[in-house]
Structure formats: structure tokens, C-alpha cells
Write a protein that binds this ligand. Structure first.
Ligand code: SF4
Ligand code: SF4
Length: 112
């Protein structure tokens, strides 16, 4: 369940609300993420099976995430497999999500 960027989708609020099919939790996540990301997220947007699961995807991860787009275009499971690791986009992301960076470092150690 590790996303292209290194985040663990199994710990993501949207994933958990989807798995439990919990509308109250969807509404809560939508409210929190609207404030956090300064945008309008509705409860029905909170529907995601995970970055690499091949199912439903949260709209940001599906259409706006540059990291996921890059991995898909280069046929990489995640950034740990990339020859340009860590690029500037990824570095910027890891600054706000250090846990993703730790996860990618672990994956790279396993690849060696
Ligand atoms: S792909 Fe889905 S589960 Fe993974 S971080 Fe994005 S919204 Fe969460
Ligand atoms: S170029 Fe950057 S975003 Fe793209 S796969 Fe490599 S590390 Fe990830």
C-alpha cells in the first residue's frame, strides 16, 4: 500500500473511510482536508482504494499529483526506483511529509 510518493495509503484517512464505507468519517475527512488544503472537498470526494491499487482514486492523487504522474509515465512503482531520486519535486514533498521520505529510503535500502 505504499504510494508512488512513499506515503502509506493504508494509513490515509480517505482510504480508511472508503474501506469502512463510513459516511460520517467521509464528511469529517472532507471538512478537515478542505481546511488543510484550502479548497472545497465534499464527502463524496473521499473515496480511494490507494495510489497503486488500480481502483478508485481521490481526485487529487488521480489528476493533480505530479509525483504519481511521473512514476506512471516512467513505469515506476514508486520514486525509490527512480534514477533521479530524489528530484526537486520529491524533495519538496518530503519536507512536508517526512514519513514518505523515510519509507522511500527503506525501499531503496531493500533494492540495493
Ligand atoms: S492515493 Fe488515496 S489512499 Fe493514497 S494517499 Fe492519495 S488519497 Fe490517500
Ligand atoms: S523524477 Fe522525481 S517524482 Fe519522478 S519518479 Fe523520479 S523521484 Fe519521483
Amino acid at each position: 500500500m505504499i504510494a508512488c510518493c512513499g506515503l502509506d495509503c493504508s494509513l490515509c484517512e480517505a482510504y480508511m473511510a472508503t474501506r469502512s464505507d463510513d459516511d460520517a468519517r467521509r464528511a469529517q475527512v472532507a471538512k478537515e482536508w478542505s481546511v488543510l488544503y484550502n479548497t472545497d472537498i465534499q464527502p463524496e470526494h473521499i473515496c480511494c482504494d490507494g495510489c497503486r491499487a488500480g481502483g478508485r482514486l481521490f481526485f487529487y492523487c488521480d489528476t493533480m499529483c505530479e509525483i504519481r504522474k511521473c512514476c506512471m509515465e516512467n513505469d515506476l512503482a514508486n520514486c525509490a526506483e527512480c534514477v533521479d531520486y530524489p528530484c526537486d519535486i520529491l524533495r519538496g514533498f518530503i519536507k512536508i511529509a517526512p514519513e514518505a521520505g523515510e519509507s522511500l529510503e527503506q525501499l531503496r535500502a531493500e533494492l540495493e
